[in-house]
Ligand binder design. Structure first.
Ligand code: ADP
Ligand code: MG
Ligand code: MG
Length: 208
């Protein structure tokens, strides 16, 4: 399937479904190194996103991303709501009016999302946050696009790398977010926002 408006809408629905499926797991991860609400926060947010998407029509993927951004920012508190909201807002801007994302536009969209999270939260790669999953995804997507892969393969490369990026947070000490208060005690635990990022990008592949 082309990465068009129908894909973007299906991505939203599949994201809400996978976050709901993994809500307890995300809560457990966040209980270990945070305050235990990450799964609830995202589940509430993406339910609201689906309601908003169901009650509107969209002409472009960018318009869908814009609605996701607005709903996440207004319904998800804590760190992750503004961070994911900013990611989707920047993704919407990068997608612009294009009706169908080609490989290069997809890389631009993922890069803009990651850069939005970084500028909002000031985390770098290795700080044990969602940035670790997003940056791994962006790097893999760029490499795949440069090698001439089409948008679906680029997206799959990004999603696979996000899983590895989430795993890579386990041995780290956190330098941003609530987990940073724990020092060495965060070592051995996976960052919940990096894990949810991997689920969100997997949903994008499943929709394609
Ligand atoms: P809160 O920590 O406010 O309860 P959530 O539990 O919903 O919010 O989200 C926590 C996740 O947010 C972390 O797992 C991490 O991935 C991400 N996060 C927190 N602070 C930052 C930051 N400054 N930059 C990037 N990501 C961050
Ligand atoms: Mg939390
Ligand atoms: Mg919280």
């Amino acid at each position: 399937m082309a990465l068009d408006t129908a894909w973007a809408i299906d991505w939203v629905r599949r994201t809400a479904a996978t976050i709901d499926d993994h809500r307890a797991e995300l809560v457990t991860l966040d209980r270990e190194i945070g305050d235990g609400d990450h799964g609830e926060n995202l589940d509430r947010g993406f339910r609201a996103v689906v309601e908003a998407v169901d009650s509107a029509t969209f002409d472009t993927p960018g318009a869908v991303f814009k609605t996701v951004a607005t709903k996440l920012i207004s319904t998800v508190g804590g760190a992750a709501g503004p961070l994911f909201g900013t990611a989707y807002l920047k993704a919407a801007q990068a997608a612009g009016d294009t009706a169908e994302l080609d490989a290069d536009t997809l890389v631009a969209v993922l890069t803009a999302a990651r850069d939005g999270i970084v500028s909002r939260g000031k985390a770098e790669v290795g700080d044990k946050t969602m940035v670790d999953a997003w940056s791994a995804a962006v790097d893999a997507a760029s490499t795949a696009a440069a090698a001439g892969e089409g948008p679906e393969r680029v997206l799959a490369a990004a999603a696979d790398a996000a899983v590895a990026g989430a795993e890579s947070t386990e041995p780290l000490v956190a330098r941003k977010g609530r987990a940073s208060y724990l020092g060495e005690r965060a070592v051995g635990h996976r960052d919940p926002g990096a894990q949810s990022t991997a689920y969100i990008l997997r949903a994008a592949v499943d929709a394609a």
